[in-house]
Design a protein. Structure first.
Length: 367
């Protein structure tokens, strides 16, 4: 049943694409018609004007005038037909009335690089068409990402700003550099399921917050109902690789790295009809070449501007201290990384959302 439903949705998506293509062809044909028709109309009007100007005797003037009247009427009818075709090709649409309940979503226009955005069919993910980058000569040195402790006047990690400036050209994101916007983008890494993800989803639904869930292939294979729920409830599903190599992508060849991303992408596409476009590096290990490669695979590399030691299920941090730490690191444009296997995160997530909102912060979905 699930496979049939995905096939039905895929057919609907393709039909919408075919409909859009037909509309574009129709507009193009009408534009070509107008290019030819408008000069013809101008010539007719000029001829009519000249005829009126050089009319001779009264009865000839009457005949010419009569002829002009017919000609003008015909011209008017012709222009009406043209306007009719224009209205059909470019129908006027009125914007829906505001209800005051609309949620502002984070789009590519809010980021440094708005290019490459195609469309987002409902529940089908996003397809990017990134500008390709030559990988030759790019640095392959492996780097371990961590936001560091230095902060600027808005409490933003200085390291994030430096790396954003350096690697942003590769569609890599460490922070949203907008100090005037008190916005938090919540991202959650999924590797193994310890019973916390359903409760995290419950809390997000209760608080009306959407997040990016970065999943490995094995997680998706073992928890298809959870992945389906993430999609259905409006969250983004991101790519966290096939095997989550502990040594990081830079330790692999370009072919191996490609297989890590494409293998997981294709599995999610086949099983859920969903196109992922956000990638998170296993263990936060990357290189200049790897971020360029991810870009060439039509993905964005999503790092973080806040993370803490929350992933050891056998040594979970104290909930009270963890909440203080999370709140003390609030900053505009924050990309928060939380691990879903953390019982502590599961317990404090609702309070964190409430307290951040009380300080004027808004939670948006990173896309």
């Amino acid at each position: 049943m699930q496979k049939k439903e995905m096939q039905r949705k895929e057919m609907q998506r393709r039909e919408m694409q075919r409909k859009r293509r037909r509309q574009r062809r129709r507009r193009n044909n009408i534009a070509k018609f107008l290019i030819c028709a408008v000069p013809a109309v101008v010539i007719i009007l000029v001829v009519v004007g000249i005829s009126k100007a050089i009319g001779g005797k009264d009865h000839k003037k009457t005949e010419v005038a009569s002829g002009n009247e017919i000609q003008v009427k015909n011209t008017s009818s012709f222009m009406q037909d043209i306007m009719h075709y224009i209205e059909e090709a470019f129908p006027k649409t009125n914007p829906p009335a505001s209800t005051g309940d609309e949620k502002s979503t984070f789009t590519l226009a809010d980021l440094d690089n708005p290019d490459g955005f195609d469309e987002r069919p409902t529940e089908n993910g996003i397809v990017l068409q990134n500008q390709q980058i030559d990988l030759n000569g790019l640095d392959t040195t492996g780097l371990d990402w961590g936001q560091g402790g230095d902060k600027d006047q808005w409490n933003r990690p200085a390291g994030c700003l430096q790396y954003q400036e350096k690697y942003g050209k590769y569609n890599a994101y460490f922070i949203s550099d907008e100090p005037e916007k008190k916005v938090i983008y919540l991202t959650i890494d999924e590797g193994y399921e310890y019973g916390c993800s359903p409760r995290i989803l419950d809390t997000l639904k209760e608080k009306n917050v959407h997040a990016v869930f970065f999943v490995t292939k094995s997680f998706a294979e073992q928890n298809p109902d959870l992945v389906k729920r993430m999609i259905e409830e409006g969250h983004e599903v991101g790519n966290h690789s096939v095997t989550h190599p502990s040594a990081g992508l830079p330790s692999q060849s370009i072919e191996q790295q490609t297989n890590e991303i494409v293998g997981n992408h294709n599995y999610i596409k086949e099983q859920f009809g969903y196109d992922m476009h956000l990638f998170r590096y296993p263990a936060g290990k990357f290189s200049e070449q790897s971020v360029a490669l991810i870009n060439n695979l039509n993905y964005k590399s999503v790092f973080w501007s806040f993370a803490y030691l929350d992933y050891d299920v056998n040594n979970q941090p104290d909930p009270t201290e963890s909440k203080k730490k999370i709140m003390s690191c609030l900053h505009p444009g924050a990309l928060y990384l939380l691990h879903a296997e953390s019982e502590t995160n599961t317990q404090i997530l609702g309070d964190f959302i409430d307290q951040a909102r009380a300080q004027g912060y808004e939670f948006k979905l990173f896309q």
